[in-house]
Design a protein around this ligand. Structure first.
Ligand code: ADP
Ligand code: ZN
Ligand code: ZN
Length: 735
């Protein structure tokens, strides 16, 4: 008989990259892996997750502290999910305690019971209802809240109160103290059933895709659904989901940050006759815990969520779907830098189930995997119904004069749409009025004090803003260098285009959609509603408009400047540009009206545009992959990027040079290649100097073997204490 375990290995939320041993509580049941415990840690008490138990510890017994308390009778994470988290910690070289914390809803990180979720509801008491309207005259905020509550006998949730007034908490506290409001807590409600919309008859291509997904059930298999925009990918997802949930199983659907629009959720809920839990960044902590609970108890058949939903426990999970799988928001850009698509594939492998990646513009990595036969390729080459692909025309900016960024052929095309009462969309991936403020007398350019960047003009708010660090200044009237009043904005942002359009087409109704114009909660929904209701003629917007929206009356898409990102330092910039253009072009002519796409560029001969005009993303894929192979970039090599930053000018580079030195002793025998440390493309950002060192390897295993030893050395490197440094495995942003 083996000895009884006496120690537990605990993942503690700490930046240290290892787990910690604790003594078990005598006389209590041995805690199961995946349960939470309270443990002493330094001078504080933290909540950790049990990784396993052991009979031995490397530390002497009297040095070990004891677990204070077990928090869960049942594991929060099933065994395969624990395995996934441990794998992710090793693969991304990120501390296990922080990985576990990422996977837990915030309320559980704070130690609340796993079934604690309940939504607070605020309602007026009898005294509150009797209150005369004048009684709160001196507090307009309290007055507003009481009015809103008066209109709703059943009370309001925290989220609803936020819609009434963003800073409601203090006011509500005061009203509660005066006995005017009472608070109740409702248990988590299982999501309701909807599902009244009828499904269309699938096309043969959709049927074939559906059959392939069905054939893969019960085993690990990656399927790549490559379907042009409007080809009915979502319809394929819905049908596959229906099949899976009819068997009583669960489906996880991952969508990009921006793709989780109310329309998408409504479409899913409207079609699936099953409880759907939605997880996104807009939820409050209670709602998030509720959704998590519904998933973990299998009360939700379908979970739709952004990146971090990939870690949701789902006991009956049988299919994972990743929509817009190429989207960069699946990669976390700070802290625990995981890629939700890659983690999902690993999860599917561990849980032995199929994973479906869908996109009109797959990542080159995924396209390559399909070509190599690792992913099964399913394709939907045509738009559904009578919808034809839009006609794509390139407008050569070398030959065309522009009127505030808009060339004559584009102006003509816009006029034609206005005459026909159809909608147009102008795409420009730059918000604000103009990206540069310049003095025409002395050449002064308004700089950001904390970044190597120019300030963007925001005419509406009369401000200069840095789009990199958020710094703000008043728009100057005279030049701070020479005193001249001859200040002008150079280049165009969405705000300027909006103004130009208003001048060119005074009768047109213009709707601008970008981060600035949709800051207020609900404003994006309101704008989209107006567009759908035909209350807008021309939409101007950034990439917020590129994805997921279906505008049936939209027949013209104009791309104002396709050259941003065409020749950039990042080897992925061209791929990203083509993806964006294909997506935005896909907004034109979705229904029975043919669409047209006009692209303004200085480089009409660039092969990226040819693929776009031919509606052949795979053509782009072929030449782009050949370029990647020649340069030994992913997917033909594996990368890790070591970044460092410091407020001191040379500290980051000094650390990276030391890191490079450590590596030289290691890599002789290893097939790993280190580039020289270099300053980042924008060296100074928010007052910090940044530098980076790229590591490249032909084999994944060689890369990770090297990183394991190297990182251990870097943790002891003195120069590292003076900078902030981090490692990014499979980086998506190269700076
Ligand atoms: P994607 O996700 O590829 O962009 P969608 O699934 O949103 O495409 O489909 C585009 C449009 O075509 C939607 O309005 C959808 O309802 C419709 N649609 C999809 N499949 C069919 C079909 N088999 N028959 C008729 N209409 C369809
Ligand atoms: Zn000047
Ligand atoms: Zn700045």
């Amino acid at each position: 008989m083996s000895a009884a375990p006496r120690f537990a290995r605990i993942a503690v939320p700490s930046p240290l990259s290892r787990h910690f041993d604790y003594r078990l509580i005598a006389g209590e049941p041995v805690p199961a892996p995946g349960t939470r415990v309270r443990v002493p840690f330094g001078r504080q008490e933290l909540i950790g997750v049990v990784l396993g138990v052991a009979t031995q510890s490397n530390l002497p017994r009297d040095k070990l502290k004891s677990i204070r308390r077990s928090l869960d009778a049942e594991p929060l994470f099933p065994v395969t999910l624990m395995e996934l988290l441990v794998w992710a910690s090793a693969y991304y070289h990120h501390p296990i305690g922080e990985v576990m914390a990422t996977a837990l809803p915030v309320l559980l990180r704070r130690g609340l019971p796993a079934n604690a979720a309940g939504e607070k509801r605020f309602a007026l008491t009898e005294a509150g209802r009797q209150l005369s309207p004048d009684a709160l005259k001196r507090s307009p905020l309290q007055q507003r809240l009481v009015q809103a509550l008066n209109a709703r006998a059943e009370g309001l949730s925290a989220a609803q109160l936020t819609e009434v007034a963003s800073h409601w908490r203090d006011a509500i506290k005061r009203l509660t103290a005066r006995g005017l409001i009472h608070i109740t807590e409702e248990p988590c409600q299982p999501p309701k059933l909807a599902g009244q919309h009828r499904a269309p008859q699938l096309t043969p291509a959709q049927q074939a895709a559906g059959a392939a997904i069905l054939a893969a059930s019960g085993k690990f298999q990656c399927l790549l659904l490559l379907g042009v925009t409007g080809s009915g990918k979502t319809e394929v997802y819905l049908r596959a989901i229906e099949e899976v949930i009819a068997r009583g199983d669960q489906v996880l659907v991952l969508v990009p940050e921006i793709g989780l629009t109310p329309q998408l959720v409504t479409r899913f809920e409207g079609r699936l006759n099953a409880p759907v839990a939605v997880m996104h960044s807009g939820l409050n902590e209670n709602e998030r815990l509720c959704a998590w609970q519904m998933a973990r108890t299998a009360q939700a058949a379908v979970v739709i969520g952004t990146r971090s939903a990939v870690f949701t426990p789902m006991p009956k999970l049988a299919l994972i779907i990743i929509d817009e799988e190429h989207d960069a928001s699946f990669k976390q850009q700070d802290g625990f830098r995981y890629h939700a698509r890659d983690v999902a594939i690993k999860r599917a492998r561990l849980e032995n189930l199929p994973v479906l990646l869908g996109s009109a513009t797959p990542a080159l990595e995924s396209l390559h995997n399909a070509q190599q036969g690792r992913f099964q390729l399913l394709s939907l080459p045509e738009r559904t119904g009578a919808a034809q692909p839009p006609r794509v025309t390139l407008l050569d900016l070398k030959r065309l004069k522009r009127n505030e960024g808009i060339s004559p052929p584009l102006i003509e095309a816009l006029q034609a749409r206005l005459d026909r009462k159809e909608q147009s969309l102008l795409f420009l991936n730059r918000r604000g009025f103009a990206p540069v403020l310049m003095c025409h007398d002395c050449g002064w350019l308004a700089p950001c004090k904390r970044c190597d960047a120019r300030l963007t003009i925001h005419q509406r708010s009369r401000k200069l803003r840095c789009h990199h660090c958020g710094a703000e200044a008043q728009l100057p009237v005279t030049c701070p260098a020479c005193g001249s009043g001859n200040l002008h904005g150079i280049g165009e942002g969405t705000e300027r285009i909006e103004t130009a359009l208003a001048r060119l087409f005074p009768q047109a109704r213009i709707e601008r959609i970008d981060r600035d114009s949709t800051r207020r909660k609900g404003s994006l929904e309101e704008k989209l509603r107006r567009v759908h209701a035909g209350e807008a003629d021309i939409l101007v917007g950034t990439q917020m408009l590129a994805k997921g929206h279906d505008f049936p009356d939209l027949t013209l898409v104009g791309v104002l400047n396709a050259d941003q990102g065409l020749y950039s330092a990042d080897f992925r910039s061209e791929e990203r540009l083509v993806q964006q253009l294909v997506q935005v072009a896909g907004r034109a002519g979705r229904a029975d009206k043919p669409g047209e796409v006009l692209i303004q560029t200085h480089h009409p001969d660039n092969p990226a545009f040819a693929a776009l005009a031919h509606h052949d993303y795979r053509e782009f894929g072929r030449y782009a992959l050949a370029e990647r192979e020649a340069a030994q970039y992913p997917p033909f090599a594996h990368l890790a990027l070591l970044r460092a930053e410091s407020p001191k000018p040379d500290a980051a580079l000094a650390f990276l040079r030391a890191a490079h030195g450590h590596a030289e002793n290691l890599v002789e025998a290893e097939p790993v290649h280190l580039m020289d440390p270099v300053p980042s493309p924008m060296e100074r950002r928010a007052g910090r100097y940044r530098a980076q060192l790229l590591v490249q390897a032909g084999e994944r295993k060689a890369l990770h073997d090297f990183l394991n030893i190297w990182l251990a050395q870097l943790e002891g490197e003195k120069l590292g204490h003076r900078v902030r440094w981090s490692l990014d495995v499979d980086p998506v942003e190269m700076y």
